[in-house]
Structure formats: structure tokens, C-alpha cells
Design a protein around this ligand. Structure first.
Ligand code: LCS
Length: 411
């Protein structure tokens, strides 16, 4: 019967690990696929067994290695997912959550306490920034938002109380990229942790832990699950960090992934390499098409040599991902017009689905944000974000072409 891959010593290549890591045939039934363990609780063999499991589960130095107590503390389907992502990110251990935000907030709640200081990039995913400002600040955590593509700014922001340096690379939605190894090296000089949101590139293209980061977080809602059918999150780090995250925050906060959603992410990851290759091929074709389009002012895509961090990305990642954004010369009205004209691309938030999603922050997601604040965040009137799907790129280009024709004419 198929055995589980060894976490640290496997020499298998990435695609093989996507299919096999964390998953082995069920020893009792021989079921080849990991079952959805749709159970809340688990029977103890006897009182001593129950007592041992509880004592392990609540001791971060030990952690629950074998056996289960209650699905909020762990579940076999969740465990398979955690082992798979730990192998793929080349971390020691991982923890699954009900959403990317549940993972991100749990990591901060473990790493900081009142009077501590966090240095975060100034163009994070909006809800991550809101969590820091609305929740962390309320509990006495001090924040500095600086541009992580300028290492001098990061260096100047560091204080003796700085506990976390936090960034995404690429960022959402401007696709700014960060030199992760340099940021992690700066963090180490003051004993702070580097946390990287690897949602956009996934471990298929980029492994922040190998570049020196301490913790990786994911909205698994996006590329990892890949089909736009489940909200989910992951955190990956050292065994000790993950044990503490589970014991101190997760078990008590309860942002647990459902067994069914864990199973959907497990299934999604099996095809991650195939999908990421196609997303990237299509994104590059569209980025090149848009770069030459008369209605387009500028294209933001790390795969273009004109991208300011193109060389850094070439060094620290193996590809450029499937999301791009672009600025329309016609500004707000042109953006609105394109949104109303596209037929194949879906006007929706989120990203990383097999189908293409398009959005225009100024007229939709950020319509209520004062214009000056929106512009300060780099969300110009004509900025459009495109999460390029795995459809045939020729169809996508045709859809954008007809949409842009009307936006060019101001229709
Ligand atoms: N990190 C990044 C980079 C994200 O793009 C998102 C969600 C999250 C974390 C949060 O993950 P969630 O809790 O939703 O699983 N990004 C979204 C977006 O761009 N549009 O809608 C959601």
C-alpha cells in the first residue's frame, strides 16, 4: 500500500509532492483518496489515553502528534492538508484555518503583545491592513507602514520593540515585489520575525521560508484550492511555532477549517503545477497584448522586463504568477466601461480561480474610499486587476479587445 512521503527527506520533485505529500491510503479500508472525516469528536480508548492526548495537545513543546480529540483541535483531513503544505513550502509544520484572514490574524495574535511594534508593507491586501489598524492597534500594538521595495524605509522603521516584519510579494493589486531575503536579513538583526503572504505565487513559484522568512501565510481560497469553491487559510513555520499557534491561539479562537474545505484544498493542490503554468502563460500573453494597446497607460506584471522588481523576482522565484493589473488612459469611465463590456471575464473580487476574474477598484471594491486615500494606496481611477484564468488566452484577449474598443471610444 502507498506509504506517506517523508516530510524532510523526500527527493521527489514538486509536482509529485503536490499529488502525494500528506496523503496515504487509508490503512483500515485501503481508500486511495483521503476521506472527509466529517466528525466532531473522537472516542478515547480509555481515561489514560484521553488524558495523554489532552496533555500533549496543550503543551506546545509536545503537540498532538498522534490521535485526535475534537475537530477544533485537529482532524485527519485537516492534518493531511497541513502535512502537504508544510512539505510544499519546505517548512517543518503547518496549520489550516477557516480563511486566509483567520490564519493571518492568528499569526499576529501569537507574535505580538501590547506595546510591541509591527512594520508592514504599505500596500497590503485591504483586510490585512484593516485587521492591523482596527484590531491590533486597539490592543496597543504600534504600527509602521512603509514601502518594502525600498529597504532603507524598512531599516529606518525598525525599533527595539519591533517583533514582526510583514509583507506580500507580489502585492495585491499593484504587483509590487519585495526582496524577501533582504527583508528577512534586516529582521534578524533585531530578532524580529518575517512573515510573508505567499498567496499570489504559491510555493510552485516561490518559497519564502527558503529565503529566510520565518512564517508563510496563505489565503488558500485562491490558487491552492484553485476552483473558487472554498474559503480557507494556512500558516507554515517551525514545528515549535505551529504548536504554539495551535495551542495558544487556534484552539482558543476557533477559526478552524471544515473537513470538507480541507478536502477541497487537498484536491486543488494536486493540480497546482498544471494550473500555475497555464495561469502564467496566459498572464504573460495578456500582459504583452495590453502593453501594446493604445487604451492602456501601463501594465503591472512582474514577468515584464519593465517591472521595477523584475530582476529580484527572477532571482527569488521561478515564475511570475497569474495576476496582473493595468491602468487605463481613460481613467474611471474607461474602467467602468470595460467592466460592463467584458463577457468571458467575470466582474468579481477574489483571484486564483481557474476562470478569469476582473475588477475595477475605483468603481466597485474601493468606491466608498475617499479618492485621495485610494490614490495614496496606488489605486488610480483607471486601475484594473485581472486574475487570469486557464481558459484559452486567445479567447481572453478577444474579450478584452472588444471591451477596450468600447472603453477607448468612451462608450
Ligand atoms: N491575502 C491576500 C494576498 C489576499 O488577496 C486575500 C484575499 C487574503 C489574504 C485574505 O484571504 P481570505 O480570508 O479571503 O481567504 N483577497 C481577496 C481579494 O483580492 N478579493 O477578494 C478577497
Amino acid at each position: 500500500m502507498k506509504k506517506q512521503l517523508d516530510k524532510t527527506q523526500s527527493t521527489y520533485k514538486f509536482s509529485t509532492k503536490c499529488c502525494h505529500a500528506g496523503q496515504s491510503c487509508d490503512p483500515r479500508t485501503g481508500a486511495h483518496n483521503t476521506p472527509i472525516y466529517q466528525t466532531t469528536t473522537y472516542a478515547f480508548q480509555n481515561v489514560d489515553h484521553g488524558a495523554r492526548l489532552f496533555s500533549d495537545a496543550f503543551d506546545p513543546a509536545v503537540g498532538l502528534q498522534d490521535g485526535f480529540i475534537y475537530t477544533r483541535f485537529g482532524n485527519p483531513t485537516q492534518k493531511a492538508l497541513e502535512e502537504k503544505i508544510a512539505v510544499l513550502e519546505e517548512g517543518e509544520a503547518a496549520l489550516a484555518f477557516s480563511s486566509g484572514m483567520a490564519a493571518i490574524s492568528a499569526v499576529f495574535l501569537l507574535l505580538v503583545k501590547p506595546q510591541d511594534h509591527v512594520v508592514a508593507d504599505n500596500s497590503l491586501y485591504g483586510t490585512t491592513r484593516d485587521f492591523l489598524v482596527q484590531v491590533m492597534e486597539k490592543f496597543g500594538v504600534n504600527l509602521s507602514f512603509v514601502d518594502f521595495s525600498d529597504l532603507d524605509q524598512v531599516k529606518k522603521a525598525l525599533l527595539p520593540e519591533t517583533k514582526v516584519l510583514y509583507c506580500e510579494s507580489p502585492t495585491n493589486p499593484r504587483l509590487k515585489c519585495v526582496d524577501i531575503a533582504q527583508v528577512a536579513a534586516l529582521a534578524k538583526t533585531i530578532g524580529a520575525a518575517t512573515v510573508v503572504d505567499n498567496t499570489f505565487f504559491t510555493p510552485y513559484f516561490q518559497k519564502p521560508l527558503l529565503l529566510g522568512a520565518d512564517v508563510v501565510v496563505h489565503s488558500a481560497t485562491k490558487y491552492l484550492s484553485g476552483h473558487g469553491d472554498c474559503i480557507s487559510g494556512l500558516a507554515v513555520g517551525s514545528q515549535h511555532f505551529i504548536n504554539e499557534l495551535r495551542c495558544v491561539v487556534h484552539n482558543n479562537m476557533g477559526g478552524v477549517i471544515s473537513p470538507f474545505n480541507a478536502w477541497l484544498v487537498l484536491r486543488g493542490i494536486k493540480t497546482l503545477p498544471l494550473r500555475m503554468r497555464q495561469h502564467e502563460e496566459n498572464a504573460l500573453a495578456i500582459a504583452n497584448y495590453l502593453s501594446d494597446h493604445p487604451a492602456v497607460e501601463k501594465v503591472h506584471y512582474p514577468g515584464l522586463p519593465s517591472h521595477p522588481q523584475h530582476e529580484i523576482v527572477k532571482r527569488q522565484a521561478t515564475g511570475f504568477g497569474g495576476v496582473l493589473s493595468f491602468e487605463l488612459k481613460g481613467g474611471y469611465e474607461a474602467g467602468k466601461s470595460l467592466m460592463n463590456k467584458v463577457q468571458l471575464c467575470t466582474l468579481a473580487v477574489s483571484l486564483g480561480d481557474v476562470d478569469t476574474l476582473i475588477e475595477h477598484p475605483a468603481s466597485t471594491t474601493h468606491a466608498v474610499v475617499p479618492r485621495e486615500d485610494r490614490l495614496a494606496a496606488g489605486l488610480t481611477d483607471g486601475l484594473v486587476r485581472l486574475s487570469v484564468g486557464i481558459e484559452d488566452a486567445r479567447d481572453l484577449i478577444q474579450d478584452l479587445a472588444q471591451g477596450l474598443l468600447s472603453s477607448q471610444n468612451g462608450v
